[in-house]
Write a protein that binds this ligand. Structure first.
Ligand code: TXA
Ligand code: MG
Length: 350
């Protein structure tokens, strides 16, 4: 299948109609899959009500079919059409955070979306993305779009159209290129189908921000430290993994550099993931600096691109610095730990 690329740099005039968006929407209406940018990562969209179309998402990604998809909407009316009801707490969160990187898990409305979207669960995950292209595409198509991240299963999520094409060229009808995404890690998934709202996956909206609005928020057990028993079905799979094994190094730059030297002495090509603050302290086969520690948003934004660049550099292993788990740092470290398959090396202090 030929994969089309529709470039839409900037939606300046919301009233204007863009032929690229009309064409992409038309492919969606006839049951094809189209990738599009959101404020978090690129998504791979299909008509959520069309089982055949949704199956094409799983086929293109090579995604396990027991992992449910997020339904993307552009209006509250669309959200209401896929869920059974919106409890007051969820409504408050939608008013505060939508459009934005918050996915809410709610009881689903029977028959509103394909069973393949929800993987047989009684709930459905819904979000309204804060990206003008995503919203325009959903509105133009008139469809609620089931959309996981637009990567091959197990690969880092795509933050540019080039990442999407690297994984899915020839496997999907097209990709809308709206430039690099802003947040860089996926949305926060919050289960609102229980009495206490529970974070199933940390993401673009921090726990602190949620607590300011609704007071009490729980975290699903095992979501980070014991990958055995997660509540979001997707959390149990290896994710975001670069090709070379990655180790998180909890320690000083000097300690990390020592590890690099030991590995290179064994003839290995080594990559280092760092930030502007420490980049000058490393000598390795490739040193990638991703943003600054003073603003972890910058690291989150570049993380997946950095992981893909290590693949291109063909390193044998990667050592990454660790980051403080505050604010967006929680989501950042969650993804980094998954990319590392849980491997952490701690510096020993005497
Ligand atoms: O930022 C994002 O959320 C991106 C963009 C494209 O919107 N999408 C994304 O989708 O990350 P995906 O499929 O890669 O991750 C969806 C997560 C998975 O962990 C899945 O298990 C969980 O949401 N999920 C979906 N439906 C669920 C449900 N009904 N109950 C619990 N978890 C659910
Ligand atoms: Mg994903």
């Amino acid at each position: 299948m030929k994969t089309r690329v529709w470039v839409v740099d900037n939606i300046v005039d919301k009233q204007q109609s863009y032929p690229q968006i009309r064409e992409a929407a038309e492919w969606l209406r006839v049951g094809e899959v189209v990738a599009f940018p959101t404020e978090t990562v690129y998504g791979l969209g299909a008509d959520a009500a069309n089982t055949e179309a949704v199956e094409k998402i799983f086929a293109a990604k090579g995604r396990p079919s027991d992992n449910p998809l997020i339904v993307h909407v552009a209006t509250m009316a669309q959200a209401e059409s896929v869920v059974a009801a919106i409890p007051p707490l969820a409504r408050t969160l939608m008013e505060r955070f939508w459009p934005g990187p918050l996915t809410l898990v709610l009881p689903k409305r029977k028959g509103a979306v394909s069973e393949r979207v929800t993987a047989g669960l009684p709930t459905v995950a819904v979000r309204m993305p804060a990206h003008p292209l995503a919203l325009a595409l959903i509105e133009e198509s008139g469809l609620a779009l089931a959309a996981p991240s637009a990567n091959r299963s197990g690969r880092p999520s795509p933050t540019t159209a080039a990442h999407v094409l690297a994984d899915l060229n020839g496997r999907i009808a097209g990709v809308m290129d709206g430039g690099p995404t802003g947040i860089g890690v996926e949305s926060t998934v919050l289960d609102c189908s229980q009495t206490v709202p529970t974070i199933l996956r940390p993401g673009g909206v921090t726990k602190e921000a949620l607590m300011k609005v609704i007071g009490h928020v729980a975290e699903a057990a095992g979501q980070e430290h014991e990958p055995g028993a997660p509540k979001a079905p997707g959390m149990k799979y290896t994710h975001y993994a670069p090709k070379a094994p990655l180790w998180i190094v909890a320690g000083s730059p000097a300690f990390l550099q020592q590890l690099v030297e030991e590995s290179r002495a064994e003839g290995k090509a080594v990559g280092v993931l760092t930030t502007e603050e420490h980049r000058g302290q490393y000598a390795a086969d490739i040193v990638i600096s991703c943003g600054t520690r003073r603003a972890l948003e910058t690291v989150a934004r570049q993380l997946y691109d950095a992981l893909r660049r290590f693949d291109d550099a063909n390193v044998d292993l990667i050592y990454s610095e660790a980051f403080p788990e505050e604010g967006i740092g929680v989501a950042l470290m969650n993804r980094l730990r998954k990319a590392a398959g849980g491997r952490v090396i701690h510096e020993q202090h005497e």
